[in-house]
Design a binder for this molecule. Structure first.
Ligand SMILES: *[C@@H]1O[C@H](CO)[C@@H](O)[C@H](O)[C@H]1NC(C)=O
Ligand SMILES: *[C@@H]1O[C@H](CO)[C@@H](O)[C@H](O)[C@H]1NC(C)=O
Ligand SMILES: *[C@@H]1O[C@H](CO)[C@@H](O)[C@H](O)[C@H]1NC(C)=O
Ligand SMILES: *[C@@H]1O[C@H](CO)[C@@H](O)[C@H](O)[C@H]1NC(C)=O
Ligand SMILES: *[C@@H]1O[C@H](CO)[C@@H](O)[C@H](O)[C@H]1NC(C)=O
Ligand SMILES: *[C@@H]1O[C@H](CO)[C@@H](O)[C@H](O)[C@H]1NC(C)=O
Ligand SMILES: *[C@@H]1O[C@H](CO)[C@@H](O)[C@H](O)[C@H]1NC(C)=O
Ligand SMILES: *[C@@H]1O[C@H](CO)[C@@H](O)[C@H](O)[C@H]1NC(C)=O
Ligand SMILES: *[C@@H]1O[C@H](CO)[C@@H](O)[C@H](O)[C@H]1NC(C)=O
Ligand SMILES: *[C@@H]1O[C@H](CO)[C@@H](O)[C@H](O)[C@H]1NC(C)=O
Length: 490
């Protein structure tokens, strides 16, 4: 307890000195030469799409949906996921709830919450293991392995990547392709380069001042870039991440509205709201974020009334880009539906409501994995030792074939229908069938066998395991301090 108090105090001190730092915003330079070229008669949809300010498929701007993408970065924790839920508390024109994308870094992340976020229809994407700029292949792959092993996110559904600090290079993009990702979303679009998403067959068309657009620098067929759309403030300075840290809530709402209108009344390029949820969440001893959060929530709710405004994940946005339809037909598209699986029993995917006796969703079914800096709950097996960059998925604490072993998600079952406790796929119709055909992000781990050195407590298997309580609760409180620390020093 004493240690905990100390670490919070440390975090608080750090926060006050670092809070003005917009941890994700890179230097943004406007103007300059753009050497990008692309011949639309050779680059043919849906596999290839040239960067363009106009909507794809010849759709007139007035007929295009105005997409709004709300994205979240870094670790997933109870307080942060609540902040995300408060922002996404609006409906799309077809009556489905708004969806968001989360670029997840591994440290301090609670994987049971990742699984629940995913089961709700939101997107889970890769933001590296330790949140490093210019990430190595291993940093990217370790995150993919952990999201699969502890949150049941199949490689084929892990489509997106965002570089920490948005600090990517040509090599980062090449690595994204090598590991089978569909898209990157780390580049900045301002006004002159305010492109709809495009494929990298002909290279980059954003951030050209860095040299990234020079011919031959990146040519990655089939990999998409989803530019991040900057907001010009009242001095025409582009703001990108955590725009709410750059002015009063009134000013930020004014800039956001002005920029949204420029998109909406112009070429309808997507509009982005890019959030580090730590900055919109209140913690004891830290500056009160209530007003900033209310400003963002109110702005989002003001947009939600329009019949052609859709709050989507980047994954949904790209499904539309590959098969664009007028806004009037969007309600019907498969990827815009929101039916949730109804399973005959609780399967620990966060959607069940029958057994929430502990106040924790899927509580009785969760395993609590407790290590020094990685405390998390999961529906899958706890590792036998703390995950590291070198060994992100250590051998499981419980051996295959022994009581309490959770069966990993197989490649022929949808994660929303997989019961890891029984090792059973509950999908019985073709409408829920799923086959993961993705190039597996190369696993660097042993298979689920027990290792002698194991020390992660596996709370349970049978329902008698004390409802996950001590584990996740202690874990999450400890994580908060740590996460603030991480988010501010990194
Ligand atoms: C960003 O990338 C550049 C080039 O790889 C590197 O020199 C720099 O250290 C990186 N910055 C951060 C914060 O990682
Ligand atoms: C796998 O892990 C080992 C250390 O255990 C490391 O040396 C190696 O580089 C890793 N391989 C990949 C492809 O990440
Ligand atoms: C522009 O926004 C800043 C930051 O909120 C504010 O201090 C300033 O007064 C604003 N300027 C004008 C002209 O509105
Ligand atoms: C933003 O503020 C300026 C200056 O007060 C005002 O002229 C403009 O109408 C405002 N724009 C919006 C969209 O509220
Ligand atoms: C939706 O799709 C069905 C057939 O799949 C069609 O009959 C209906 O007209 C469509 N509705 C809209 C609004 O496009
Ligand atoms: C765990 O934390 C304790 C106290 O903070 C420290 O003494 C110990 O070395 C740590 N163990 C590992 C394996 O990091
Ligand atoms: C677990 O053990 C069973 C029975 O030996 C085997 O069929 C299965 O492939 C094993 N699962 C994994 C993930 O190794
Ligand atoms: C892990 O399991 C897979 C399939 O079950 C197998 O192909 C692979 O060789 C195993 N790897 C190790 C290190 O045992
Ligand atoms: C795990 O570590 C703790 C403290 O280091 C120890 O008390 C406990 O017995 C260990 N558990 C296992 C299963 O090794
Ligand atoms: C609720 O949980 C209990 C024990 O944890 C289990 O026996 C029961 O089957 C669960 N109910 C449902 C509907 O899954």
């Amino acid at each position: 307890m004493k240690n905990f108090a100390v670490s919070l105090a440390v975090a608080a001190t750090l926060l006050s000195s670092f809070v003005v730092a917009q941890d994700g915003t890179p230097t943004i330079v406007q103007g300059g030469a753009n050497p990008y070229t692309c011949d639309p008669t050779k680059c043919i949809a849906p596999k290839c799409l040239c960067a363009s300010q106009s909507p794809p498929g010849g759709i007139k701007p007035a007929d295009a949906p105005q997409f709004v993408t709300i994205t979240f970065d870094d670790s997933v924790q109870p307080e942060l996921i609540q902040t995300a839920a408060d922002l996404l508390n609006v409906q799309n024109p077809n009556g489905c709830k708004a969806k968001g994308s989360w670029y997840v870094s591994m440290m301090y992340t609670d994987f049971a919450l990742v699984q629940q976020w995913f089961a709700e229809g939101n997107e889970v994407a890769d933001h590296t293991f330790t949140h490093v700029g210019t990430p190595s292949a291993q940093e990217i792959q370790a995150a993919a392995d952990m999201l699969y092993s502890y949150a049941g996110v199949p490689h084929g559904m892990l489509k997106g990547f965002r570089a920490p600090f948005l600090n990517y290079t040509a090599d980062t993009l090449k690595e994204i392709q090598a590991q089978g990702f569909l898209y990157d979303t780390s580049a900045t679009a301002v006004v002159d380069d305010n492109y709809w998403p495009y494929t990298l067959d002909n290279g980059m068309a954003n951030d050209c001042w860095t040299g990234i657009c020079n011919p031959g620098t990146v040519n990655l067929p089939g990999v998409w870039e989803v530019p991040m759309y900057a907001v010009l403030d009242n001095a025409s300075v582009p703001q990108l991440m955590d725009v709410y840290l750059s002015g009063t809530p009134e000013d930020v709402t004014n800039w956001s509205q002005t920029n949204f209108d420029r998109h909406y009344n112009g070429n309808r390029q997507p509009f982005g709201i890019y959030v580090h949820p730590t900055h919109l969440t209140n913690y004891p001893g830290l500056p009160d974020a209530t007003a900033q959060k209310a400003g963002v929530v109110n702005f989002i709710q003001s947009l939600a009334g329009k019949p052609d405004v859709w709050f989507v994940t980047n994954d949904q946005l790209l499904q539309w880009m590959q098969n664009p339809v007028p806004a009037s037909q969007l309600a019907n598209q498969t990827y815009m539906q929101c039916q949730k699986p109804v399973t005959p029993k609780e399967i620990c995917n966060g959607l069940e409501t029958l057994n929430i006796t502990s106040g924790v969703v899927s509580g009785p079914l969760l395993n609590a994995c407790n290590f020094n800096t990685s405390n998390f709950a999961t529906c899958y097996n706890c590792p036998g030792s703390a995950p590291t960059l070198e060994t992100p998925v250590p051998a499981s604490a419980v051996a295959n074939g022994t009581s309490g072993y959770r069966t990993p998600l197989p490649d022929n079952c949808s994660p929303f229908w997989w019961d890891p406790v029984a090792g059973q796929c509950l999908c019985t119709t073709s409408s829920c069938a799923y086959q993961d055909t993705a190039l597996p992000k190369q696993q660097n781990s042993t298979n689920g066998t027990s290792s002698g050195s194991s020390n992660g407590s596996s709370a349970s298997s049978s329902g008698k395991a004390s409802g996950a309580s001590p584990g996740p609760v202690v874990a999450s409180t400890l994580s908060i301090a740590a996460a603030i620390f991480i988010s501010l020093i990194m």
